[in-house]
Design a protein around this ligand. Sequence first.
Ligand code: ASP
Ligand code: MG
Length: 420
Amino acid sequence: MKIFKFGGASVQDVDHIKHVARIIEQYKDEKLLIVVSAMGKTTNALEKVAEAFYEGRKDDALRLFSEIKKQHITIAKYLLVLTFNDCIARMADLFTEIEWLLHDKPVREYNYYYDQIVSIGELLSTSIVSAYLNEVKIDNAWIDVRDILRTDNHFREAIVDWEYTSKTAETLMLPLFDQHPILLTQGFIGCTSDNESTTLGREGSDFSAAIFANIFNAENLTIWKDVEGVMNADPKIFPEAVYISHLNYEEVIEMAYYGAQVIHPKTIKPLQNKNIPLHVKCFLDTALPGTVIDNQKPASLPPVIILKSNQALLSLQTHDFSFIEEEPIRRLYKIFNKKKIKPNLILTGAIGLQIVVDDIPEKIEAFGAEASETFELNVTKGFHLLTIRHYNDEALEKYLSGKRKFLVQQDQTTLQALYY
Ligand code: ASP
Ligand code: MG
């Protein structure tokens, strides 16, 4: 079995969906499980619906939702003839579910409503894509992943129940392959044991695809993207960026850790555990080789450049000038954890610490309030943090000469510099 994942950009409109079908057509004779995201920017639009609803702006919520509805119906109209009625019937059920909810008043926590509303994006996109594939005689079965992928009730960041999910995937999904070569389902969403929809965190569809790859011991997972593959830098910032044809799992985890927006970080572990290769391919030009990610060490890698702007430097010093030892460090990590702050760089001294974080004012304020018991805090803003993996003299010269460097930390592979 092969697993394919198509992201929101690849199903954003009529032409893209047609194109996706042409790609799938080439693999028609294989057992294929296809995981699809919400169309284009639907998830963002649904977030706006959830916000309006929760703030008691019911009319706004309904109006925003009706726009999303219209978009999906319009696309279905353009794409479907024979399968139109079935698709519309399925979508109508989904619309009604949300509209009922929007007519209520919120009584539970925001994240619960967020998941009930936002999860519909994937259910709608897959309804349309599945119907279109059937329309053009690419036989497939649509699966509501909420019948399979069980999670806990940490809404918006639900944790997968692997045992239940594996068992159900095997008993409910595998037999369907006797009747259909292709199964099509949603990424990003799951369901609790109480039948409440959940989501796995933004951009979580890659992770969903990796979960199924792991469970079914897939031959490989292909993530179809609108880029040629994984690059060594963001081409929007660094036009000289180049493609990397081969990477190993560890490198991708490292890249994601330092902030490269390659692949959802949770995606790698389930693949690595079963040594399943991940292909990142370009859906615009399927002839391009793309990037292969597996457990083989790559021959040589170009310097990998990750730039994070809008960085704040938190300088901490103990009130009583006591040494930075276990206890203050432990307290610090507890605050990071509680406030969901991810330090991008930490430098430890005798009585002080320097911590670089994304400049999110609410978070820094909340951090300051908690840390003030133990530390004197000084915040400086307006920095850039540049990480270079596999750095060499040429890269250092190119990216850092002439920069007003404030802090530099490096080991054999990775160099990080904070500059103005
Ligand atoms: N549709 C979701 C999002 O935009 C999940 C995904 O695309 O992976 O975050
Ligand atoms: Mg997406």
